[in-house]
Design a protein around this ligand. Structure first.
Ligand code: NAD
Length: 410
């Protein structure tokens, strides 16, 4: 039986390995992490991350061919294929701060693999890394190899938080980059065989190592560029009286451009492509809150998937402190006092002067806005930063509405 070990039980490692385990009953998959609370959560009924469909996938294979463990070294030593899906945040200090990726976690994972391995390994880059990282990792491994053969592959992940399981079940493409040597091709084939359990052959692309690494960065850049462009257009819409939804629809009808990723919003956030929600790292919602706090607002927050600790942590920091990953870090003593978190949208809006919609949860689309209006102070303002509510309906109720990129109330 092929054994896979994945280092890093996060937003990528957890769901990706759960889907591999589900689709490949002939493969044993162990996800390891240095974070005890995270692994305990993966082994409990309350998984550490929220993704639609994830609970079901994990329940079907956990304890059969899917395992979560903190015994990192044991499972790395036993594996044939090692995925490395550790965090690669933007550096917060030193050379390249704010621009370059911090590869500290990757380097320590590579050194640990070299220390504990006793048999040949295929090491798969799952994390998003700068081009040529595979070469650096290869050097660490081969210079400490003790005669072991290591093949490094790049297999970047393209899933989006919120649709991770759907994306993994039906990927647009799976990209595998490897060395163009007989051993490299053999390693690429071994990983192809894993994905071939459920991904059609024409969707599994194989390239050289550097093309795979660069493709991931280029795809992120293109997507960020589209969102940034439509957000810039939404500012023009507000200045001119145009409606960004109409403009985006008209532009997206051009088959050379296409309709996806053309929704204007308050901006993208998240740790990786900065686009995600249950994951509050670097979300623009935090920036909006900080702006409001600067104006001495009292803020009551409701998000179905985010805890008060997460929000207080992010508010208390200028940027996420990657030297102290979120699951290891206690709530900051400087937590902002003007903010409270409640577990109900109606409770959050009771007595408020204004309502800001900053994430795209489906439940926000179907709230009883009449009830919300009745319980707010008047005049009652709505700022729809995601364009998910029909502004006309809100105006009929009596709200003063500001929908991003749309004509303002008279
Ligand atoms: P994450 O922070 O949720 O998880 C990373 C995990 O790695 C953490 O639980 C951490 O404790 C663990 N870890 C760090 N060093 C370790 C070590 N030496 N041994 C064992 N465990 C260790 O990160 P994520 O969101 O899953 O992202 C992982 C990588 O995938 C990043 O490079 C990210 O840029 C990339 N990526 C993320 C997304 C996304 O949507 N989150 C999508 C595509 C790619």
């Amino acid at each position: 039986m092929v054994k896979i070990c994945c280092i890093g039980a996060g937003y990528v490692g957890g769901p990706t390995m759960a889907v591999i385990a589900l689709k490949c009953p002939d493969i044993e998959v162990v996800v390891v992490d240095i974070s005890k609370p995270r692994i305990e959560a993966w082994n409990s009924d309350t998984l550490p991350i929220y993704e639609p469909g994830l609970d079901d996938v994990v329940k079907q294979c956990r304890g059969k061919n899917l395992f979560f463990s903190t015994d990192v070294e044991k499972h790395v030593a036993e594996a044939d294929i090692i995925f490395v899906s550790v965090n690669t945040p933007t550096k917060t200090r030193g050379l390249g701060a704010g621009k370059a990726a911090d590869l500290t976690y990757w380097e320590s994972a590579a050194r640990m693999i070299a220390d504990v391995s006793k048999s040949d390994k295929i090491v798969v880059e799952k994390s998003t890394v700068p081009v040529k990282t595979a070469e650096a990792i290869e050097k660490i491994l081969t210079h400490n190899s003790k005669g072991i053969n290591y093949q490094i592959l790049s297999n970047p992940e393209f899933l989006a938080e919120g649709t991770a399981i759907e994306d993994l079940f039906k990927p647009d493409r799976v990209l595998i980059g490897g060395r163009e040597t007989p051993e490299g091709r053999k390693a690429v084939q071994a990983l192809k065989d894993v994905y071939a359990h459920w991904v059609p052959e024409d969707r599994i692309l194989t390239t050289n190592l550097w093309s795979a690494e660069l493709s991931k960065l280029a795809a992120n850049a293109f997507l960020a560029q589209r969102i940034s462009s439509v957000n810039a257009i939404s500012a023009l819409c507000e200045a001119t009286g145009a409606n960004v939804s109409e403009v985006a629809y008209a532009v997206g009808k051009d088959t050379r451009i296409g309709p996806k990723f053309l929704n204007a919003s308050v901006g993208f956030g998240g740790s990786c492509f900065q686009k995600d929600t249950g994951d509050t790292r670097e979300t623009p919602a935090i920036d909006v809150c900080k702006g409001l706090l600067g104006d001495k607002a009292q803020i009551s927050i409701y998000d179905p998937q985010v805890t008060e600790d997460q929000i207080q942590r992010d508010l208390a920091m200028n940027k996420f402190d990657w030297d102290h990953p979120m699951h290891l870090q206690p709530t900051s003593p400087t937590a902002v006092k003007q903010v409270s978190c409640v577990w109900d949208a109606y409770e959050a809006t009771k007595g408020a002067h204004g309502l800001c919609i900053l994430t795209e949860w489906d439940e926000f689309k179907t709230l009883d806005y009449q009830k919300i209006f009745d319980n707010m102070q008047k005049p009652a303002f709505v700022f729809d930063g995601r364009n998910i509510i029909d502004p006309e309906k809100l105006r009929e109720i009596g709200f003063i509405v500001y929908s991003i990129g749309k004509p303002l109330d008279a």
